[in-house]
Design a protein. Sequence first.
Length: 251
Amino acid sequence: MLDIDVCGAAFKTVGDEAFWHRVNSGHWEPATFRAIARHLSPETTFLDFGTWIGPITLFAANRVKKVYSFEPDPEAARRLKANLALNPALAAKIEVIEKAVWPESGTIRLGAKSAAGDSMTSVHHVKAQTSWEIPTITPAEIEALLPPEGPVFLKIDTEGAEYDIVPQLTRLISRPGLTALVSFHPRFAAGGHPRFHKTFAMTQKVFAPFAGFKVHRVHHNTIRRAPLVEALTGMKAAWFEAKTSYLFTRD
């Protein structure tokens, strides 16, 4: 068991020690934690699309009112629940939903890039050695979980499925008080390593719902305002390849 302390948020974990040591030492996505922390409050509802074993969920639960954690990889969900069991006060705020966020209801096939629980579960890895069917949850069903008003933080890290999911979230994204952090995986979604121009239309499709938001590029240890991207997004002309994470805010 390890005691984790990241940006003032404390929790306990079990297993995956090499990963959690990276979190504790500040070597795993430190800018991601800082970007999220700036926009959380005790009244925030946090949506974690692609929770994995819980680094962001446990971090956010230290600071918010409620966390909905969406994890469709059964092995990752098992390890996530083991971590939650060590943190009963935080677990009381967290609801784990073992479904894939997807535009349509039903089931979908997902695959793990290397092995079950590897953090890279994706709709684009169904030809991998390990794959499975999982129920889906739609944007409308997710919206129904939320309180009628109050701040919402939306974190999306779905290994390429963001290009299918985000365009269907326009009503949620238009909600007052929403902030979003989206991680982009264009090469997974485009089927390997195409020339950049083939991913430009994909980027535009995901950025379009965020027209009117302030845009910040989040990359490992840096958070930087992206005024050109912001202007292109406002004109619905975001023609570039987004390869890292972007924070969308209204403040």
